[in-house]
Design a protein around this ligand. Structure first.
Ligand code: NAI
Ligand code: MG
Length: 802
């Protein structure tokens, strides 16, 4: 139809119509800032401190100073920790229901003040009001409601567990109030008190939150907020009165915190950066994909830890998709965050804007093709246009580094296998999106991607009922859901008295067995070897160590494993990773078979343990029997450690799968040489991990005897590798190894510290302890605690419906 400018049709008008300004009023927020004279101290012990030496809080959309906030000193942190410690006993002693009431009241108050909070957040951070109003603040309320529920159910659903104590929390600026909620809600539900530091770029919504906890009458000292920069954060991390640190932010700072807390016994959860893949297969619905990409990388200007920043497209559709994306990018609207009709607001701060510019320039310099829409960005304030890179090499800087801005890099792949390989070709592992109309393909790919969250035909979905968190250098620990609550509780003091143990027999001298060979002939050399890749392997070095009993009787020799042996064992463990795909039934069968073979040789192991430890035959026998039972326990668990289907408020499900972590290094303690080893190795193996075990250093011969059992038990080669020798030295090599994904260590505190320090290289998960667990006691020695340590929870979101 010809267009007549004099009498336009409705279609013409629709096409040429422009958006008018639709500003959200900032009056209420300005009044609130005015009420505080634009000046804030800290919120400690239920009261505001007098504002001290302060720094500017800037609205990045206008570059104007909107408030000044006090830079927290070490003394401020001391005062906050003291307030939290003082408040702890009473808060912990409250009934679960009473804590639930407080959380519920906070949720209600957040809803009541949602407009103020949304506007304030937009002004402080630069994100659009559409997002703060429709996403951030509603999710904040949802988080408190959901955790009011966990508070209520704490004593039944987390029976035997209790609050950790005083929790230190440090949050970033990209979702200021939402990250605060993700930290504070589970901490309070678990009965902890806390000190939280908001990000220096975005402290204002936290200040408004302080008023909310005041308003609902939360007991003073339960929530303390200290403003400041990295140094203030470091003072919280280093404070001896803090029992746990929860951090969200850059991997760089996460690594600093990992090192700073090493050996301190502080529990740690880290939610760090990402470079998440957004994978599009050739049967995907491309129009949905385009909207998905908008949400993946232009939501919050791409300043999202789980942003889908790497677009991986199957070759045949790449050109078509890129063309569609460019069209869509032309139509994105960028401008004042308080305008209700903009898609994109401002970048949080000049330093971040500069970082984005530099990385984009680097991409251009490295030869990739950069494209931006034709419209111009506002020149005042921190704005950056949506940006699309094509012709990107998977190894180039922009394909590897977290840009944390509205910049998407595109790469192509040919086959599903190749898509998985490229997706996993990053040190991170936070999230992934998978786009295909084939449910078979989607659910085949999801478990293969190293990421804590996988969205099928969707992206950036979050809910309080589903855990969120990473693999590898994206950190460890989960936030949200039942899996997130475990980060805020610890095993309680035991109520039941310990099982009585047979008294230790006085050390009796005995002739060493090996020397008693008959016939006057020299004994046949039975020096054990190491156990690597299913075979007994000679140690790399020729050294052995003499093993003597506590009274000094020689009981044999054990090889002295070294760095090279550990490397070989790690290689074998990697090669055996197919174990993770064996069925639970299959793993159970093998664990039972190992138990059966151990039972057949129970006498021999009893004698060995007795001669090594001089614990007396009764206790040695008890250890062997308990070892058989422990293997049965994990045979039982192998096909029962189910995941969950979380109730999230979408038309769809979030499937929480327990996945093996991968290769786990295990350094055992000394008290029960056989049972201690199996108590750790069995849960790891039952859940599909492969292992490198360093057995008891003083009494390693039960472990070396165990080779024979492993060799006859159908366990695939490489699932359990055993290296004897200097425990702390070998464990450190494992902790430093980048192909080891988790490290369990039991021993001394100094040893634990060394492990935690070394683990920072690839941010491997650690589980260290220097307590004296009684492995004979089922309560202490087995169960879900071990299975949780051996698995990562992956949440796979599957929306359904047309
Ligand atoms: P950052 O990691 O330095 O800041 C996050 C929080 O940690 C802030 O509250 C900060 O004050 C605090 N902090 C800094 N140094 C600390 C220390 N030594 N000890 C304790 N706390 C400390 O992140 P920044 O500098 O704001 O952003 C830099 C880059 O980090 C971004 O470009 C982005 O790539 C990444 N990032 C990732 C986030 C995520 O959610 N994954 C969030 C924020 C930043
Ligand atoms: Mg700001």
């Amino acid at each position: 139809m010809a267009t007549n400018p004099a009498s336009p049709t409705v279609a013409d008008i629709f096409k040429t119509m422009d958006y008018g300004p639709a500003p959200e009023s900032d009056k209420e927020a300005l009044a609130w800032l005015g009420k505080h004279h634009q000046k804030f101290g800290h919120y400690i012990g239920g009261a505001w401190t007098k504002p001290g030496k302060a720094f500017d809080v800037i609205n990045p959309a206008t570059a104007k100073v909107i408030a000044r906030v006090t830079d927290g000193t070490k003394a401020d942190v001391d005062a906050a920790v003291a307030a939290a410690s003082k408040a702890l006993p009473a808060w912990k002693a409250l009934s679960p229901h009473a804590r639930a009431r407080y959380l519920y009241a906070i949720a209600r108050a957040v809803q009541k003040h949602s407009r103020l909070l949304a506007v304030l957040e937009s002004m402080d951070n630069g994100k659009s009001i559409r997002e703060t109003r429709d996403i951030d603040i509603p999710l904040v309320a949802r988080h408190f409601y959901h955790h009011a529920g966990w508070a209520q159910l704490l004593d039944t659903e987390f029976a035997g567990y209790e609050a950790i104590g005083v929790v230190g929390q440090i949050i970033p600026w990209n979702f200021p109030l939402l990250m605060l909620a993700w930290k504070i809600a589970p901490a309070l539900a678990g009965g902890n008190t806390l000190v939280l530091k908001p990000a220096e770029f975005t402290p204002l919504s936290a200040m408004a939150f302080a008023e909310i906890v005041h308003e609902v009458g939360l007991p003073p000292g339960v929530v303390n907020l200290v403003n400041g920069h990295g140094e203030t954060g470091a003072a919280i991390v280093d404070h001896p009165g803090v029992d746990k640190i929860a951090f969200t932010g850059s991997t760089e700072v996460g690594r600093i915190i990992r090192k700073a807390t090493a050996g301190s016994g502080k529990k740690l959860s880290l939610e760090l950066g990402g470079k998440s893949p957004f994978i599009v297969y050739d049967d995907a619905d491309l129009d949905s994909v385009v909207e998905g990409v908008v949400d993946a990388i232009w939501f919050n200007q791409g300043q999202v830890c789980c942003a889908g920043s790497r677009l991986l497209v199957q070759e045949g559709i790449a050109e078509r998709l890129v063309a569609k994306l460019r069209l869509r990018m032309e139509k994105l609207r960028l401008g004042s965050p308080l305008d209700k009709a903009v898609d994109m607001g401002a970048i949080v701060a000049p330093v971040q804007l500069e970082r984005i510019r530099e990385l984009v320039q680097q991409g251009v310099d490295e030869g990739a093709t950069m494209w931006q829409p034709s419209w111009a960005c506002p020149t005042e304030g921190c704005f950056y246009p949506p940006t699309l890179f094509t012709d990107v090499q998977p190894s180039s800087t922009i394909a590897q580094v977290e840009i944390f801005g509205p910049v998407l890099v595109t790469m192509t792949f040919r086959t599903p296998e190749e898509s998985v390989a490229i997706a996993n070709n990053t040190p991170y592992g936070l999230a992934a999106s998978v786009w295909t109309e084939s449910i078979n393909l989607a659910l085949d790919i999801a478990p293969k991607i190293k990421a804590g969250v996988v969205w099928v035909n969707s992206t950036n979905l979050f809910d309080a009922a589903a855990g969120f968190g990473g693999y590898r250098e994206s950190g460890f620990g989960r936030e949200g859901g039942r899996e997130g609550m475990w980060e805020y509780v610890k095993r309680g003091e035991r109520r039941a008295p310990k099982v009585a143990q047979p008294a230790k027999r006085p050390a009796a001298r005995k002739a060493p067995r090996a020397a008693s060979a008959g016939g006057g002939l020299p004994p046949v050399d039975r020096t054990p070897k190491l156990f690597i890749a299913g075979k007994q392997a000679r140690p790399d070095g020729a050294y052995t160590r003499r093993i003597v009993s506590p009274s000094g009787a020689p009981v044999g020799e054990a090889p002295e494993g070294n760095r090279k042996d550990i490397r070989n064992a790690v290689e074998a463990a990697h090669a055996a990773k197919g174990w993770g795909r064996a069925t639970g039934h299959n793993r159970a069968q093998i664990l039972y078979y190992i138990a059966e073979n151990l039972a057949a040789r129970a006498d021999e192991f009893t004698a060995r343990i007795e001669s090594m430890t001089e614990c007396g035959s009764e206790l040695a026998r008890a250890e062997v029997d308990a070892s058989i039972a422990r293997l049965f326990t994990y045979g039982a668990w192998a096909d029962k450690y189910d995941g969950a289907v979380h109730s999230v408020p979408i038309r769809g499900v979030a499937i929480a799968m327990n996945e093996p972590i991968g290769v786990i290094g295990i350094a055992c303690d000394e008290r029960y040489p056989l049972l201690g080893m199996l108590s750790l190795a069995a849960p790891a193996v039952a859940t599909g991990n492969t292992t490198i075990v360093i057995p008891s250093q003083r009494h390693p011969l039960a472990a070396t005897d165990f080779y024979a059992i492993l060799e006859t038990s159908d366990l695939p080669a490489g699932v359990i590798n055993i290296v004897t020798g200097d425990k702390d030295a070998l464990a450190k090599v494992l902790a430093e190894h980048d192909d080891v994904e988790a490290m369990w260590y039991r021993g001394g505190r100094e040893g634990a510290k060394a492990i935690e320090l070394a683990s920072a290289s690839n941010m491997k998960r650690t589980w260290t302890a220097w307590d004296d667990r009684d492995w004979l006691d089922r309560d202490e020695g087995e169960g879900r605690e071990f299975l949780r340590a051996a698995t990562n929870v992956k949440n796979i979101w599957v929306p359904y419906g047309e």
